[in-house]
Write a protein that binds this ligand. Structure first.
Ligand code: DHB
Ligand code: MG
Length: 224
């Protein structure tokens, strides 16, 4: 799925992982269960998980929102960034993924700080908005790419000045340059990136990433 043409990218990831991300039974168990369940390796890489963790800590995040739990790998990295009393709300469409993630959170001893909300993220976000919840400090957007534009409008309603938003998978092995409109996921991410152009509320950048997850990237948005 993530075959890099040049093995140096995988090798460098392995080299850096060995030095920078210590072996971690909880995270390994989560990835093993993801494989055993026959799920594709869509979780962020260990180095990317550590990146999200450091960002969340750097902004002092107490309230984190994640769109797209999947098997809970990135959720665990995010939950570990929280201070005492902090919370991650993570949104997941698929019950099988949510069940697997809940097991992972229970076994990780993180169940008290992670809340999974099941069903379409769009719906869960509307509930959060209508409930008038406190704004989130850090938001990780990693749900279905087709709806990134809708999610952006919604997560801005759940943000405050200073909220940091990270969106995964904005490069897709360079397929982001495909303007044919044929691939709905690419179309979704392109529309999302168009919305960022001259956005009145957001300072934006994007980082291209290369490693064991292939060639992809993060968009990064700071709410003014
Ligand atoms: C896919 C989704 C992801 O969130 C990801 O990080 C990699 C791949 C996908 O839908 O293929
Ligand atoms: Mg992703």
């Amino acid at each position: 799925m993530y075959e890099n043409e040049n093995p140096v990218f995988d090798n460098v990831d392995a080299y850096l992982e060995e030095r920078l991300t210590p072996p971690d039974e909880t995270l390994e168990l989560t990835l093993n269960r993801q494989d055993e369940a026959g799920l594709p390796p869509m979780a962020v890489s260990p180095l990317q998980g550590a990146f999200l963790n450091i960002l969340a800590k750097s902004v002092g995040a107490r309230r984190i929102l994640e769109l797209g739990t999947f098997a809970g790998y990135s959720t665990i990295w995010l939950a570990r960034a929280l201070p005492e009393g902090g919370k991650v709300i993570t949104l997941e469409l698929q019950d099988v993924n949510a069940d697997l993630s809940q097991r992972n959170f229970d076994d990780a001893g993180l169940a008290d700080r992670i809340e999974i909300r099941r069903g379409p993220a769009e719906k869960s976000l509307n509930i959060l908005i209508n409930d008038g919840v406190k704004p989130f400090d850090f938001i990780f957007l990693d749900a279905d790419k087709i709806r990134y534009p809708t999610y952006l409008d919604q997560i801005l309603m759940l943000s405050r000045p200073g909220t940091l938003i990270i969106a995964d998978n904005v490069i897709r092995n360079g397929r982001i340059l495909d303007d044919s409109g044929k691939d709905p996921s690419i179309r979704g991410v392109r529309t999302f990136l168009d919305m960022l152009k001259d956005h009145p509320q957001l300072d934006c950048t994007a980082l291209q990433t290369m490693g064991c997850k292939g060639y992809d990237g993060f968009a990064m948005m700071y709410v003014r």
